[in-house]
Design a protein around this ligand. Structure first.
Ligand code: ADE
Ligand code: ZN
Length: 337
């Protein structure tokens, strides 16, 4: 058994965090009032009756798509560059309290441009907040743009062109893919990842094997050429996919509390962490959408320890694999390991 202090002191890296997923009900109501945005009325959804009602609704998601409805709707309150800065800085404060040393943070561009928010305000706002967090807390970061699978491939391709100058300037570091997974095979999005390679974007990831089958993990690796898999917990359903992950030393960014909240797994004990460790599949622990899933990163570590009772050597492996699999300079890795 370890104390919370032991888990807080580990040099933790977070690789799978949607900044929109750190928008809490309290901040949602505050920004809605500030920006004069009308939330859905009682008649449409009673969940928006109060902060407490919304928090309660977030504790009863039935699936990824049920969650995504709330998550995508909540973005409506993010309007100005300052809103994105505030959101990012609030996350960095929380990351500092949790003992995170390095954070790789995703954002959804398409959701925001659909409301008429400019890419400048999104990317500069996020960078403002993250840079302030780096200065104040010494946390390094990378920004990852996630394309959205519920929208047409043409929308993602268009947004890649829109974002190219920001990739070129180093303001966006990596490319990811998220949103609904069922019936959205990775191969469908191959044109986007081919374009990323053409643009010289060297850090690619994709959500796969969360609700979708192990074959989607294989497709992401072999056909999209990603370097990392977000979630990937269903990989264990096919030995061939496990072998591929081990051989390539691919990092899975596993999100334990998320898996339980979205009913991907019935209980925390069913997230296959011990099996991944035993089979030599590298993974890190992540919070995904902490304002929705009942805890930030340290809470994920604490609840994992309560469920699995890992030995210190297991924690050393998990933390070292997280550092090794990070998109940070080698010199920084050497200092942390
Ligand atoms: N967008 C935000 N969180 C996500 C998740 N867990 N899976 C897919 N898309 C997401
Ligand atoms: Zn995610």
């Amino acid at each position: 058994p370890h104390s919370v202090d032991f888990l807080r002191a580990l040099p933790k890296c977070e690789h799978h965090l949607h900044i929109e997923g750190s928008l809490s009900p309290a901040l949602l109501f505050r920004l809605a009032a500030h920006n004069a945005i009308t939330l859905p009325s009682h008649a449409v959804d009673v969940a928006y009756a109060s902060i407490e009602a919304l928090e309660a609704r977030y504790r009863s998601f039935t699936s990824l798509d049920d969650f995504l409805d709330y998550y995508n709707r909540a973005s409506a309150v993010l309007i100005t560059r300052a809103d994105f800065e505030a959101l990012a800085y609030e996350y960095m404060k929380k990351a500092h309290a949790d003992g995170i040393v390095h954070a790789e943070i995703s954002f959804d561009l398409q959701t925001h441009t659909a409301r008429g928010v400019s890419i400048d305000d999104v990317v500069h706002g996020l960078n403002d907040g993250l840079n302030k967090g780096r200065t104040d807390f010494g946390i390094s970061f990378r920004l990852i743009m996630c394309i959205l699978r519920h929208l047409p491939v043409s929308s993602s391709v268009g947004h890649m062109h829109l974002a190219k100058p920001f990739f070129d300037a180093g303001l966006i570091f990596g490319l990811g893919m998220c949103s609904t997974e069922k019936s959205q095979p990775p191969t469908k999005f191959r044109p986007v990842f081919d374009l990323a390679r053409e643009f010289g974007i060297g850090h690619l990831t994709a959500h796969a094997g969360e609700e979708g089958p192990a074959d989607y993990v294989r497709q992401a690796l072999e056909e999209l050429g990603v370097h990392r898999i977000d979630h990937g917990v269903r990989s264990l359903e096919e030995d061939e996919v496990v072998d591929m992950l081990v051989k390539r030393e691919t990092l899975l960014t596993v999100c334990p509390l998320s898996n339980v909240c979205l009913q991907v797994k019935p209980r925390l004990e069913d997230v296959p962490l011990r099996e991944l460790l035993e089979r030599g599949v590298r993974f890190s622990l992540n919070s995904d959408d902490p304002a929705y899933f009942g805890g930030y990163l340290l809470e994920n570590y604490v609840q994992v320890q309560r469920a699995f009772d890992f030995a210190p050597s297991d924690w050393r492996t998990i933390v070292a694999n997280g550092i090794e699999g990070s998109w940070m300079p080698d010199e920084q890795k050497e200092k942390l390991i």
